[in-house]
Write a protein that binds this ligand. Structure first.
Ligand code: ARG
Length: 298
């Protein structure tokens, strides 16, 4: 039953009732040629306008791309565009999905910031040539929706977690849940430093999630704790300064994460994840790290 859940007492299923979804086997990345910090649309960007070292950014991006290859996920790249310095954060312009018949779909985003709206058609073009059915949200009813920045799949399940409050409207989730016939657990984001769900919530496998708890209200924390058996919590320093929760774990085993998050990384290793530390320092200046620099696709 399509359904948007906002409180624990509305949870009328357990994870075992939810159909499976295949793991993505490809990753989409946008080349960082035109990446820079040119405006301020989140608090992390405030002191960083004009501060990006482009050569360093290119090296950081290349290492992330080759780390995906190393864990046997095939990278596909799109050229960046002049004048679109945030296009490199390609988790944000779309929400891809595979249905029970193996058919590929994608919802295109309605970017919150005017500065980012022109990114969407370039990403849409890639999905079109890759054979995805393209869906659009009703712009008359929905103000904004920033794709997998806020909408995050539960590993291997047809269950979506949806953040709202800063960049995406809760109304978007109603439309998505009806079109894709799925349940969405909606989590309100209460701290503007954690403006996307992917800055404070990282699904690692079916049972395990990494979160920054203070980014959520009580209802959200109850929902998270009732679905996940293991909840790893990041400290404020590792979440806010190192973007530890913006890691990527595309296969339930390998975690690609900003280097130096000592406490989180110890917890990950203790829970038997393979940790791949990378440096995303230039991209953190813009308010993003590994998770938002890629889109998982099929
Ligand atoms: N500067 C970009 C913005 O504010 C960063 C986006 C990072 N993406 C993410 N999914 N957290 O939109």
């Amino acid at each position: 039953m399509p359904n948007v859940i906002t409180s624990e007492n509305q949870l009328d299923f357990s994870l075992a009732d939810i159909p499976s979804m295949p793991f993505p086997n490809k990753v989409l990345m946008v080349e960082p040629t035109h990446f820079s910090v040119e405006y301020v649309i989140n608090p992390h960007m405030a002191d960083n306008v004009g501060m990006v070292d482009k050569m360093e950014a290119q090296d950081e991006w290349e290492l992330i791309k080759s780390t995906f290859e190393q864990i046997e996920i095939e990278p596909h790249t799109i050229e960046g565009q002049q004048g679109l310095p945030d296009m490199v954060f390609c988790a944000n312009q779309s929400l891809p999905f595979v249905d029970e018949d193996g058919k590929k779909h994608v919802f295109m985003s309605i970017m919150h910031a005017e500065e980012r709206k022109q990114e969407v058609p370039y990403i849409e073009q890639w999905f079109r040539q890759a054979g995805y059915e393209i869906h659009y949200l009703n712009e008359d009813k929905i103000e904004d929706f920033e794709g997998c920045g806020d909408a995050i799949w539960h590993t291997g399940k047809k269950l979506l977690w949806g953040g709202y409050g800063h960049r995406s409207s809760i109304r978007a989730y109603k439309e998505i849940s009806e079109t894709f016939d799925l349940s969405i657990i909606a989590l309100e984001l209460v701290d503007e430093a954690f403006y996307h769900l992917d800055t404070c919530f990282c699904v690692l496998n079916k049972k395990t999630v990494l979160i920054y708890p203070d980014a959520f209200n009580n209802e959200g924390l109850k929902l998270i704790n009732s679905i996940f058996e293991n909840v790893i919590e990041a400290t404020e320093y590792e979440a806010k300064k190192l973007f530890a929760c913006n890691a990527a774990c595309p296969d339930g085993k390998n975690v690609i994460i900003q280097q130096g998050a000592t406490d989180v990384n110890k917890n990950l290793r203790d829970a038997e994840f393979a940790v791949h530390e990378v440096n995303t320092g230039e991209f953190i200046k813009s308010g993003g790290s590994v998770f938002c620099m890629k889109q998982m696709v099929w």
